[in-house]
Write a protein that binds this ligand. Structure first.
Ligand code: 1HE
Length: 262
């Protein structure tokens, strides 16, 4: 589906049946995340029609995202900095704990706040020219878009410490190995894989996808006894749904696909 994009559209949206493709659209600034862009991103996620079951998020141009728009820091006070972080946190919370699973297709720079955004998303595909870095130390600042919580959950605080202290750049391949990406594809093939995965995600029962997005991260933070109790409740809710009954019967009656080896 083609569309006309105006200059003030910092994020674009295309919908093809159940799949929304959302694109950071500020390539001249390497998709740097200004507060205006974060605001548009949040609005787009909030306004997705019910027909959309999965989203793909990517960046226009040669890079996924160059992180925080550093031009916003030149005049800002510490108090304004805290407020800006709160805006990012709220936008990212709504994306991570939303209705719609989001698949990232990353290429070029995925740095600073761009990696914080990526770590908020549910499935991450890196094209083989993608690279990850946390140059906050070099800029004299600190993670401020949830990275010290979300990125450390993905790769551990020790690796984040190394990346931040040394400015180390992590390749797509290493990123996949340590957990920054789930998949690596050759350059230009990330969207094709994302569409294939999106179809699979969209074919799940909506209640299962809800549980994966909302219960799984909460359970991961709970002590074992609480986690197991929460899991049992979520399992019971999903199992009791008519859609689960139909899907289980379909398998038992040999109407559903089997799990096949790769
Ligand atoms: C920017 C930004 C930005 C580019 N904020 N304007 N992030 C960083 O420290 C990464 C900074 N960016 C870079 O290292 C490079 O720009 C890239 C490796 C991403 C891309 O390089 P390149 O050669 O393709 O582009 P460029 O020539 O460096 O940039 C093109 C333009 O984008 C240029 O502006 P112009 O007016 O001279 O054309 C750049 O100034 C501009 N630009 N990146 C503002 N980030 C919530 S806390 C999170 C904290 C962080 O994210 S810290 C990490 C910030």
């Amino acid at each position: 589906m083609s569309q006309k994009v105006s200059d003030d559209q910092l994020v674009t949206l295309e919908i093809d049946e159940a799949v929304a493709t959302i694109t950071l659209n500020r390539p001249q600034k390497r998709n740097a995340l200004s507060l205006g862009l974060i605001d548009q991103l949040q609005s787009i996620f909030a306004s997705l029609p019910a027909s959309v079951k999965v989203a793909i998020l990517t960046g226009a141009g040669d890079h996924f995202c160059a992180g925080l728009d550093l031009s916003e820091l030149t005049e800002s006070t510490s108090a304004e900095g805290i407020q800006a972080s709160m805006v990012w946190y709220e936008a990212f919370r709504r994306i991570q704990f939303g209705r719609v699973p989001v698949i990232a297709v990353m290429h070029g720079a995925v740095v600073g706040g761009g990696l914080e955004l990526a770590s908020t998303l549910h499935i991450r595909i890196a094209e083989d020219d993608a690279y990850f870095a946390l140059p906050e130390g070099q800029r004299g600042i600190f993670l401020g878009g949830s990275g010290s919580v979300r990125i450390t959950k993905l790769i551990g605080f020790s690796r984040v410490t190394d990346m931040m202290l040394t400015g180390r750049v992590v390749s797509a391949e290493e990123g996949e190995r340590i957990g920054l990406a789930h998949y690596v594809t050759p350059k230009g093939q990330g969207m094709a894989l994302a569409r294939e995965l999106a179809e699979r995600v969209a074919s799940n029962a909506p209640l299962s996808n809800f549980a994966i997005l909302n219960a799984l991260p909460l359970i991961a933070e709970q002590p074992m006894s609480h986690g197991l109790f929460t899991e049992s409740l979520m399992a019971a809710v999903t199992q009791g749904d008519p859609e689960a009954k139909e899907r289980v019967n379909a398998f038992l009656q040999k109407r559903a696909s089997k799990v096949a080896p790769v």
